[in-house]
Design a protein around this ligand. Structure first.
Ligand code: LLP
Length: 446
């Protein structure tokens, strides 16, 4: 996060607040969120995309993907910064509504929305429901008709672009649970959904949606998907005489977890994408639909770091690729896969720094591990930490704002960490640490 620096006293500080004080006040593990940085990243997406697309479609609606990090405070921040909010369940929808987000600025996603979730969205008057399948389209049409209302709908299509971290492969990739297949075009699944949605009186078909993946660095994948969906919009217009008004290009903008990651700034992605969209609209002789995007990780991820306290150390001897044996230092911290399951789930790489002081001792190859009863409970696989790092030292793992708190668990009955937001040099607890009593709050006692 931009407000994080090492101070003169050798400690890492966020907006001048040293980590030792933060740890003393709030305990560890602690998710430290630079709220100003979060807000600045939200504005950067808003401004970059609005500028790049201003003359094409009047602007872009940026929906913050709440699944990456959501609480009522975060929902308020994005609304205050002029973003909208993408929710993916009844719970996320509740967070948006409790935060007072304008329902017209809320979207609801999900590949298996329950009747209750769809009814709640209709009842609240959300701006869009992104429909994932033919089954769901039919069910939503019924529910909206029963409620005497009209559901604003986007159809999620799979444009056959399968994006990986550093590359994208244009394939007919459809073998996944999300979205309506575009193969067969108007005669296929997506085409059928469009025809049914247009025919249903309780459905207001607003446009098309796609999401090609996550942690994507290149704009090309987004461009290929945009081109395919614009082509499909043109086909729909030719067949049905309807120019659908909206096109959502999803989220997935990558961030730097370690020094090897080189994400492109939002302005770069926006201008590249705008030129693809402009060219496609000229070629297809169509007006550019209203564009929307759904970044999550790129807003919340880099804005936070997790502060841990180091405990037990041990050193083992491992065989190196050179055939020689090498020492490896294990440093255990007071959290782990319960507050950040990403390394276990995705083999995600993180970096780590000694945060509470500097050290002149030699850097040694270390592995930072959690305290869970699982050997895979690794936070940082390979890191160089000063040899004298040990009990009581604070370690900071950067870029943990996205998909850490939202994926956190109580594994081994650990209580979930507090989240502290720093704004204008002041730290506020936005989510307090879970208590031991809360671990038993759902038990009936029987
Ligand atoms: N829109 C849709 C429809 C999505 O499914 C997602 C993420 C996003 C937007 C936001 O993507 P983002 O900009 O945050 O990459 N737990 C995984 C990531 C799962 C992403 C799920 N969908 C992780 O920790 O890497």
């Amino acid at each position: 996060a931009s407000g994080v620096q090492r101070g003169d006293d050798g400690q890492i500080a966020v907006q001048g607040l040293g980590v030792s004080q933060l740890a003393q006040d709030h305990g560890t593990p602690l998710l430290v969120l630079d709220e100003d940085d979060f807000r600045a990243r939200a504005r950067a997406f808003r401004d970059a995309f609005n500028e790049a697309f201003a003359d094409l479609c009047g602007g872009v609606d940026v929906y913050y993907a709440g699944k990456s990090f959501l609480c009522t405070a975060a929902a308020r921040w994005v609304a205050e910064e002029g973003l909208r909010l993408d929710t993916a369940s009844g719970g996320e929808l509740a967070a948006a509504l409790r935060a007072g987000v304008d329902p017209a600025h809320i979207g609801l996603h999900g590949n298996n929305k329950s009747d209750a979730e769809m009814c709640r969205a209709l009842d609240a008057g959300v701006g869009r429901i992104v429909v994932d399948s033919l089954d769901e389209l039919d069910r939503l049409a019924e529910l909206a008709a029963e409620a005497g209302t009209v559901a604003p709908v986007m159809l999620r299509l799979t444009p056959g672009v399968h994006a990986h971290t550093h590359e994208f492969i244009a394939t007919a990739h459809e073998d996944q649970k999300f979205g309506l297949s575009m193969s067969g075009s108007l005669a296929g699944q997506a085409g059928q959904a469009v025809a049914r949605a247009l025919a249903a009186e309780s459905i207001d078909l607003r446009g098309l949606h796609c999401h090609i993946g996550s942690q994507i660095f290149e704009a090309e994948g987004f461009g290929v998907a945009a081109r395919k969906l614009l082509g499909f919009l043109a086909e729909i217009d030719a067949e049905h005489g309807v120019a659908l008004e909206e096109l959502d290009l999803g989220g997935g903008h990558g961030i730097a977890y370690t020094a090897v990651d080189t994400p492109r700034p939002p302005a770069d992605i926006a201008t590249t994408l705008a030129s693809v969209v402009r060219a496609a609209c000229v070629e297809l002789r169509m007006d550019c639909p209203r564009i929307s995007i759904e970044p999550g990780r790129a807003i919340s991820g880099p804005a936070a770091f997790t502060l841990y306290e180091a405990g037990v150390r041990k050193t083992v001897t491992v065989d190196g690729p050179d055939g020689e044996t090498h020492p490896r230092r294990y440093v255990s911290v007071d959290g782990g896969m319960s507050d950040n399951p990403r390394p276990v789930l995705y083999e995600a790489d993180y970096s780590v720094a000694l945060a509470s002081r500097t050290s002149s001792s030699q850097a040694v190859l270390s592995r930072v591990v959690g305290k869970h009863c699982e050997s895979g409970d690794v936070l940082v696989r390979d890191a160089y930490l000063p040899e004298d790092v040990g009990r009581g030292d604070l370690l900071a793992v950067p870029a943990t704002g996205a998909y850490c708190h939202s994926l956190s668990s109580n594994y081994n009955m650990l209580t979930r960490p507090a989240v502290v937001a720093v704004r204008d040099g002041t730290a506020r607890v936005i989510i307090r640490r879970e208590t031991e009593d809360e671990l038993f709050a759902r038990e009936t006692g029987l």
